[in-house]
Design a protein around this ligand. Sequence first.
Ligand code: TYD
Length: 253
Amino acid sequence: MARRTKIYEGKAKILYEGPEPGTLVQYFKDDATAFNAEKKDIIDGKGVLNNRLSEFFMNGLNEIGVPTHFLKRINMREQLIRNCEIIPLEVIVRNFAAGTICKRLGLEEGMRLPRPIVEYCYKDDALGDPLVTEEHIAAFGWATQQDMDDILSLALRVNDFLSGLMLGVGIRLVDFKIEIGRVYDGDFQHLLVADEISPDSCRLWDIETGQKLDKDVFRRDLGSLTDAYTEVAQRLGVLAKNSPAASKPTLIS
Ligand code: TYD
């Protein structure tokens, strides 16, 4: 088989050239990083779980008419996606206070916010992804006003979809981050949900016990990250309840 061309390698994923023009292969690694990559580890099975979970969320979004980059899963660690131009923003939606908003505004962790709050961070690791306003986004031309209207509406639709899905399995969606891509169809362009949706980029708490089932388990050394992600996948029916823990995955292709 011909060697694939690597397009980009990030902290948790690798992008390869896809089989057809306009497509890419997204490979999920087991690498976990936190605090802007100051804390690093390899977590056996994380990539396999995130590949499956991201497929599940993106398929559901496609199903309800929220466009995403997801085309199909290829194998345990890879999925076929549409190649898009990533808008350099981390779009964060918060339902409850946690993480940086607590520090910034002096809020108590877990406080229900008066309404979902959407924030934007400029994607730049060297700067630590700083929070930016729509003024910065417009002034530096990262997105147009029309894009921002579309991004807000996509972010809120993803929030409603994910919150409902999680509520159904006893999980509170505290906050999450998505990235948005731009694709061109002839003279037209439209936006879609890109990158990944997984417990790496969400805060998920058990509604009854408050147990954390997301990347905070790694950030704060709260136990096994694969156990937490496996629990999320099993509750959602993405993994069978009696399937062996994903901690020792075998690559089948
Ligand atoms: P936030 O509380 O701003 O930062 P941190 O996770 O460092 O405390 O994050 C809000 C949510 O967005 C949280 O679920 C993590 C996610 N997120 C990412 O996945 N990547 C990012 O680069 C950022 C800024 C946030």
